[in-house]
Design a protein around this ligand. Structure first.
Ligand code: FAD
Length: 671
């Protein structure tokens, strides 16, 4: 690991440190052979020794659940934590549309290489080539594993597993279980996990929130948790720690993520030395139910799978927008994705579909109720409709209502329940919303963070998706990390374990416990006048307006200033009711919002420093003549790995240069 240089502050917002590199992926072999080569040479731990070692896994979603089950099956002692009342309530359960795998069941010329290529291109050439190839390589194993667990993937008439398409690809490689793929996959992982719980290799701790990492002699050796029912603060120690704690989309307050999703585990690790990779890369999903009011606290996704059959359009003329869509004739409709991107049509990647939806609404051609907003260009408060149609009339005509219902029935029901409209009769209204975070804790090829012994898996790591994730690739990555990658790579580190047991009064343990207690005491003692949620909401508005679908230098600098003010006010005026020694959701939320207030600033700094557009990161100053994202590979062909430099200090940027050997760098085009 490289050391931080004390280079001068850049504009005062950040400092530049030494470059960083992944040193684990084998050198000198083609990308296709790296994973086999690596597995053949990493060190092993013999089964008798595994029993002597403890691995702490935080998270029971697809990444954490799969990792804990597999490591338990391998014979390690696993301590597994989640904040929900059951591991089965991890947010992965919400995933709807599907999981990718290069099986080529449709015989449409799919292959490992194509999945690899589509993922790198989809991420706008900002992902690490070696990791992405491995992901594509193990994708096929995941499906076999899940089928063996009994996951009820959709099947074709003849009994073979069915596939559909997701954005950014021209093949059908997405496996699905109606609109409940995440739930079914999680039940599969959960069964494996419970088997290990029964076998005694995995101990499950529900309703335990991790609030700190314990570091001894530079190595991650444990965590501190708060029991969310009793308030007990406890230390747990072991030989390695895995964070599989999900993404941080809720920094925007409104997102498709479950209300509980947060970044505290990752942020606590960041503050203790784990670099944070590409924090500004956020995915805005194009097909969500539009915001309908100011007291809303959650947004709902309508799966991307709907874009297989639904056609997206708005009226050609603004004056037609208030009309009943069924009364607007074909010639007056603008199927803008099909018009602009004839090769991919409605199945362009999410970043592109989202931006175009925003553009047509900015032009005044949005549909549905108008909402109040500030126009960035004029500073005026305006009323704008933020919605576009997702229309199934053609699909129902072609396939029949029953066939559409069989494919998407639960999604249609969900839409009808939330909006009170019948999507079989009138087109759905959709608009982009925050959905996923490509950024996360920086990891090397072994998924180890910059803290030895601390690993990150699933959405929590900075991931294989570059600047934009393709649909159905998060489930693939979470399960790849949990079932296949981590269980192979962690042995290399544990070959030097077991490490000396940490005593309860070891200074590293005492320091971590004390810092958690002090923070809780501080939150409870402020006794201000403003609610935790009002801070979160205010942060969300800033993030959405200035670090959302379009970012500018001016806007980002403004947002950083406002976030700092908000954070200062939080620590002097927040009202946290109740006590620690009880079930206290206000206290839980306060800790998470405090961390979001720091993360939000880092996201804006990252977005500010990256003076290019790539994938979901659209800098208005960097676009092609026809409004597409314009990358600057000469300057920004790197992962930005940020080091925490102390409270109130500018973070330190470490660049990891991206090297493309198997894929040629190109301007992304879906036309
Ligand atoms: C509505 C929706 C639909 C989606 N549909 C798809 C899809 O069809 N296909 C696809 O590929 N992707 C989809 N995604 C994305 C995908 O679901 C997620 O990226 C993925 O499930 C994340 O899995 P994970 O295991 O990394 O994290 P999660 O499933 O979020 O699990 C996080 C775990 O960490 C625990 N945890 C977190 N913090 C702490 C803490 N401090 N202490 C203790 N425990 C903690 C939680 O309790 C939980 O067990 C969707 C996302 C959303 C929001």
């Amino acid at each position: 690991m490289t050391q931080t240089q004390t280079a001068p502050a850049t504009d005062g917002y950040w400092r530049v440190g030494d470059e960083i590199a992944d040193t684990k992926a084998p050198k000198g072999v083609p990308v296709q052979e790296k994973w086999s080569e690596h597995k053949a040479h990493v060190r092993l731990v013999n089964p008798a020794n595994r029993r002597k070692m403890t691995i702490i896994v935080v998270g029971t979603g697809l990444a954490g659940g799969a990792a804990a089950a597999t490591l338990g099956e391998a014979g390690y002692n696993v301590q597994n934590f989640c904040y929900q009342d059951s591991p089965r309530r991890a947010h992965s359960i919400a995933a709807q549309g599907g999981i990718n795998a290069a099986k080529n069941y449709k015989n449409d010329n799919d292959s490992t290489f194509r999945l690899f290529y589509d993922t790198v291109k989809g991420g706008d050439y900002r992902a690490r080539e070696t990791n992405v190839y491995r992901l594509a390589e193990v994708s096929a194993n995941i499906i076999d594993q899940c089928v063996a667990q009994g996951v009820p993937f959709a099947r074709e008439y003849g009994g073979l597993l069915d596939n559909r398409s997701f954005g950014g690809v021209q093949v059908q490689r997405t496996f699905y279980a109606r609109g409940q793929t995440g739930q079914q996959l999680l039940i599969g992982a959960y069964q494996s996990l419970e088997r290990q719980v029964a076998a005694g290799t995995v101990t499950m701790h529900t309703r335990h929130e991790m609030l700190e990492v314990i570091i001894k002699d530079g190595k991650a050796r444990g965590i501190v948790t708060r029991n969310m029912v009793t308030g007990a603060i406890e230390a747990w120690t072991g030989d390695a720690v895995v964070l599989a704690t999900g993404g941080y989309g809720n920094v925007f307050f409104l997102s498709t993520n479950a209300m509980g999703c947060n970044n505290t585990a990752a942020w606590r690790a960041h503050r203790k030395g784990a670099y944070f990779g590409n924090p500004c890369y956020t995915q805005i999903h194009p097909t969500c139910i539009p915001v309908h009011g100011t007291s809303q606290s959650k947004l709902t996704l309508m799966s991307e799978s709907l874009r297989n059959d639904g056609r997206i359009w708005v009226p050609k003329r603004a004056e037609d927008c208030p009309k009943d869509p069924r009364q607007i004739p074909e010639e007056d409709r603008d199927y803008y994705l099909e018009r602009i991107y004839p090769a991919f049509g409605n199945l362009v990647p999410r970043d592109i579909a989202s931006r175009q939806a925003k553009n047509v609404c900015d032009e005044g051609r949005g549909v549905g109720p108008k909402i109040e907003e500030v126009d960035h260009h004029t500073g005026q408060v305006v009323q704008r409709a933020r919605g576009v149609y997702l229309d199934f009339a053609e699909a129902i005509g072609r396939l029949g209502k029953n066939a559409v219902e069989a494919k998407y029935g639960n999604l249609f029901d969900m839409y009808a329940q939330i909006t009170g409209e019948n999507p079989y009769e009138t087109p759905m209204r959709i608009y982009p919303a925050v959905h996923y975070t490509m950024g996360g804790i920086w990891v090397d090829y072994d998924l180890m963070t910059t803290i030895p012994g601390l690993y990150a898996a699933g959405e929590a790591n900075f991931s294989d998706h570059g600047a934009n994730r393709l649909g159905a690739s998060a489930l693939m990555q979470g399960l790849a990390d949990g079932y296949w990658v981590l269980p192979n790579t962690i042995n290399d580190y544990l070959a030097d374990a077991p490490f000396p047991k940490l005593a309860a009064d070891d200074p590293s343990v005492v320091e971590a416990l004390d810092s958690v207690k002090a923070r809780i005491d501080r939150l409870l003692s402020i006794d201000g006048t403003r609610t935790v949620d009002s801070f979160h909401k205010a942060l969300g508005v800033l993030m959405w307006e200035y670090c959302g679908m379009e970012r500018t230098e001016e806007g980002l600098k403004y947002a950083i200033g406002e976030i700092r003010k908000l954070r200062d006010e939080f620590w002097s005026n927040v009202k946290v009711t109740g006590v620690n020694e009880d079930f206290n959701q206000t206290l839980e939320r306060a800790g998470r919002v405090a961390d979001f207030l720091e993360l939000g600033e880092l996201m804006c700094v990252d977005a500010l420093h990256r003076r290019e557009s790539c994938g979901g990161h659209f800098r208005a100053e960097s676009q092609t003549e026809d409004g597409e994202a314009l990358r600057h590979d000469d300057e920004f062909l790197y992962v930005a790995a940020w080091e925490f430099a102390g409270t109130g200090q500018p973070p330190v940027l470490h660049r990891e240069r991206l090297v493309y050997e198997a894929i040629e760098l190109k301007q992304r085009s879906y036309k």
